[in-house]
Design a protein around this ligand. Structure first.
Ligand code: 5GP
Length: 201
């Protein structure tokens, strides 16, 4: 049986990766979402266990100490990390899993899982990024400044990903992500067992 693939999506705050990932998962029902742990406070409407596992700094430290995280990073002043157990189980069961994580975390995952699919979501421009992050009204001014200040450095990291998608239109961006995942499923190197089977070996 083919092992599941890790699909890792990153992008600066406001690029729209959350919207793209939600729409993608809505259509690709057999791809699981990796729910991260974070010390950030929940935003209005966010649900514990669905959007994130909202934990205290102490709980997060304990997860780190007990090797329960595939990767973790401090992003915009809060801790974020990917719980490893479900990922191992799902990949072994042949299920693909989507991680929406920051660039530091993504590069750590790439070292451990170089066969993952690494996708970076770009805004059409820095002005548009600023307009979007201010427009969504979920963060205070200090947090917005922090996120915008980090964006250029994050965008430069896009060169280390396998694919980039410019999010100028959500529908098109989602279709591109679906196309990338379909192409990866057809990759010869991911299908050696199938090739051998059809060749009767
Ligand atoms: P937000 O607070 O807007 O939900 O997320 C802030 C940043 O943290 C985003 O870039 C998001 O992709 C990233 N992030 C979310 N979960 C994780 C995680 O488990 N690990 C890492 N390294 N970054 C994460």
């Amino acid at each position: 049986m083919r092992k599941g693939s890790l699909i890792v999506v990153s992008g600066p705050s406001g690029a729209g990766k959350g919207t793209i990932c939600s729409a993608f998962l809505e259509r690709e029902k057999n791809i699981a979402y990796s729910v991260s742990a974070t010390t950030r406070a929940p935003r209005a409407g966010e649900v514990d266990g669905k959007n994130y596992y909202f934990v205290t700094r102490e709980q997060f430290e304990s997860m780190k100490e007990h090797d329960e995280l595939l990767e973790w990073a401090e992003v915009y002043g809060n801790y974020y990390g990917t719980p490893i157990k479900k990922i191992q189980e799902k990949i072994a069961a042949g299920q693909d899993i989507l991680l929406e994580i920051d660039t530091q975390g993504a590069m750590n995952v790439k070292r451990r899982f170089p066969n993952g699919v690494f996708v970076f979501i770009l805004p059409p421009s820095l002005d548009e990024l600023q307009r979007r992050i201010r427009g969504r009204g979920t963060e205070d001014e200090k947090t917005i400044e922090k996120r915008l200040g980090a964006s250029v450095g994050e965008i430069k990291m896009a060169s280390d990903y396998h694919y980039v998608i410019i999010n100028d239109e959500v529908e098109t961006a989602v279709e591109k992500l679906m196309a990338i995942v379909t192409a990866e499923h057809c990759c010869a190197s991911r299908n050696q067992e199938l090739i051998d089977e059809i060749a009767g070996e």
